[in-house]
Design a protein around this ligand. Structure first.
Ligand code: SAH
Length: 210
């Protein structure tokens, strides 16, 4: 997977590559899909959601330039795979998921794999996780219609955010680099993610912990 799908397409960051070689991706999907877990496409993870194609995980992670001392916010925990990749690279990862059962499943697996630096929260990712801001890096793994400026506010100066932006079915992976009050944006590549859903404010969110 790493050689043919990731390195061959130009992802060369050795820390990202090592993290993805180390992580057993099949554990993040149901047993019936284990035989497909290292193939070149996204896979369902339940509740109508998907775990991204390995190359997309690698490209997004590389674009974020995560360093060992970083605190990272991920929005859209899903299976927890991307959070685990980030967990191998960063000091601390905070990941928010709107579907409780996905968050709980990811948390359980994270514990089983021995991660102690990933925190899981059930809630609307549009709100980020204000308690632990500012974040050095932010990754959104669901498709936003426009740049989620509420999250950019939780990003530290010189921080980087990666987010798929565009309508359902086709987005552009966008990198934003924060310089004071400015966000310099760059388009990286086309992509397809599930929607970053708007959550009814009356629905109560909450819950955190390891
Ligand atoms: N990063 C995941 C894949 C993400 S799929 C992995 O590695 O497996 C996108 C996820 O974003 C889905 O689980 C979906 O439920 C979640 N999502 C969509 N809208 C959201 C919102 N408003 N807040 C938090 N999570 C959201």
């Amino acid at each position: 997977m790493v050689e043919e799908q990731i390195r061959a397409r130009g992802v060369g960051d050795e820390r990202v590559i090592r993290a993805m070689m180390k992580l057993p991706r099949h554990l993040f999907v149901s047993e019936g899909l284990w035989h497909q877990a290292y193939e070149d496409h996204p896979l369902p993870v339940g509740s109508g959601q998907t775990i991204s194609q390995p190359y997309m995980v690698a490209a997004m992670t590389e674009a974020l330039q995560v360093e060992k001392n970083h605190k990272v916010l991920e929005v859209g925990t899903g299976s927890g795979y991307q959070a685990a990749v980030l967990g191998l690279l960063a000091r601390a990862v905070y990941t928010v998921e709107v579907i409780a059962e996905l968050s709980f499943g990811a948390r359980k697996l994270g514990q089983r794999l021995g991660f102690r630096n990933i925190r899981f929260r059930v809630g609307d990712g549009h709100e980020g996780w204000p308690e632990f801001m500012l974040y050095d890096r932010i990754m959104v793994t669901a498709a936003a219609e426009t740049m989620p400026y509420g999250l950019v506010e939780q990003l530290a100066d010189n921080g980087r955010i990666v987010v798929p932006i565009g309508p359902a079915g086709s987005q552009v992976l966008t990198l934003g680099v924060k310089h004071g009050t400015r966000l310099v944006q760059r388009s990286l590549m086309g992509c397809v993610f599930v929607p970053f859903v708007r959550v009814d404010k009356r629905v109560k969110s909450g819950g955190d912990g390891y």
